[in-house]
Design a protein around this ligand. Structure first.
Ligand code: SAM
Length: 362
């Protein structure tokens, strides 16, 4: 059993004088070596409501994909992962199980490992175990936007490493953007950073957005004179049948439509009525991505923050994209981020890759 204890965990203010919102003190049944740092610069409500309106104002309507990742959304996503029908949930762990010793060799003892969008952290345990076998100790930070999921995943992870005082496990509550700001603030910490970005989450962005984010992560390290590298798991599948089977089913539908419930919660009104919306998906071969949409079942007029949005019957509003990027596409994205691929591990058919990226910034 893990030596867990109910300890008061202070959500620590990340940097002095920041616009960090009200720090919270909460009781978390975590192991004593774990802390949850709230690094958000603003609350979900503050950030997302204006993004909802901006997305509906744009020519190609979309809602922020962050709407999908509340506590319930993560449970619905776990149901997709466990369904056996979602090929990335099989392919990435299979690849990691063969290449993890080599991946772990690229991480030195004493580093900070920050997992971006850590989710259920099932793959994390394999990395931490492999590092332990290589006699390395790291400070592990799990970044995610859902407090409830962070707490439960960290609790499970800590339970797997009960007697290892060398592997420290922390939670960072916030977005990728918050994490970039937090890294900038860490200029008193000089240990190198490995950013771990698994589950093809990087491809929820367009290629140019992904390049921009990668570059800003590396620049944050550069500003604090901390060496940074990134390890990203990226899906390169191009088989339409597999993609459609994985992304267009009842479980995907539940996961996507939950985004509208979360939007209602944030808005404090029933703006998006369940009966008014359907779900559809589309493999967009030209853009190397699968897209999931909310579809209006009838003509709608939505009132959000004193603005009216008209949506025609059958009109689609993008919920999330999932890029499918083969090696050459990843290389383009890295080049645009002033980053190079230092190593690659891929499965036999080349349909899934894990990439080690290093900065080419001077
Ligand atoms: C596709 S899941 C991947 C989860 C996990 N890394 C895995 O491989 O199974 C994406 C994860 O990223 C988190 N996430 C999504 N957008 C985020 C953002 N902007 N900032 C921080 N985390 C985010 C979600 O809450 C979710 O846990």
């Amino acid at each position: 059993m893990a030596p867990t204890a109910s300890v008061a965990v202070q959500a620590q203010a990340p940097w002095p004088g920041s616009d960090f919102h009200r720090p919270t003190l909460e009781l978390l049944p975590l192991a004593t070596q774990s802390q949850l740092h709230d690094i958000r610069r603003q609350t979900n409500e503050e950030g997302l409501v204006s993004q909802i309106a901006a997305g509906l104002r744009s020519e190609e309507k979309e809602l922020p994909s962050l709407l999908l990742w509340n506590g319930h959304g993560l449970q619905l996503f776990d149901a997709i992962l466990d369904s056996g029908k979602y090929y990335p949930a099989v392919r990435e762990p299979e690849l990691l199980s063969t290449c993890m010793p080599k991946i772990a060799h690229s991480i030195s003892s004493g580093e900070r490992v920050i997992e971006l969008g850590a989710g259920n952290m099932r793959k994390t345990a394999l990395l931490l175990r492999t590092l332990e076998m290589q006699h390395k100790h790291v400070d592990y930070f799990a970044l995610d936007v859902s407090r409830s999921s962070l707490r439960s995943s960290i609790r499970e992870l800590v339970g797997l490493f009960p007697w290892n005082p060398k592997t420290k496990i922390h939670g960072l509550l916030g977005t990728y953007e918050d994490c970039i700001s937090w890294l900038h603030s860490q200029n008193d910490q000089k240990s190198p950073v490995t950013l771990l970005w698994l589950g093809n989450s990087i491809a929820n962005f367009t290629p140019s957005e992904a390049s921009n984010l990668i570059e800003r992560f590396f620049r944050a390290g550069q500003a604090s004179t901390v060496p940074v590298q990134m390890i990203a798991g990226i899906d390169g599948c191009q088989r339409q049948d597999e993609i459609v089977e994985s992304y267009e089913n009842e479980k995907s539908r539940n996961f996507i439509l939950n985004g509208l419930d979360f939007a209602n919660n944030l808005l404090g009104t029933k703006t998006f009525l369940t009966q008014d919306w359907d779900f559809c998906g589309q493999w967009n071969v030209k853009e190397w991505m699968h897209e999931s949409f909310y579809v209006a079942r009838r003509d709608l007029c939505l009132n959000i923050e004193e603005e009216q949005f008209r949506i025609r019957s059958g009109e689609r509003v993008r919920a999330i994209r999932s890029g499918k990027w083969p090696l050459f596409k990843v290389a383009d994205i890295c080049a645009a981020a002033n980053t190079s691929i230092a190593d690659t591990w891929s499965n036999q058919e080349g349909s899934y890759g894990v990439y080690l990226m290093k900065s080419s910034l001077h």
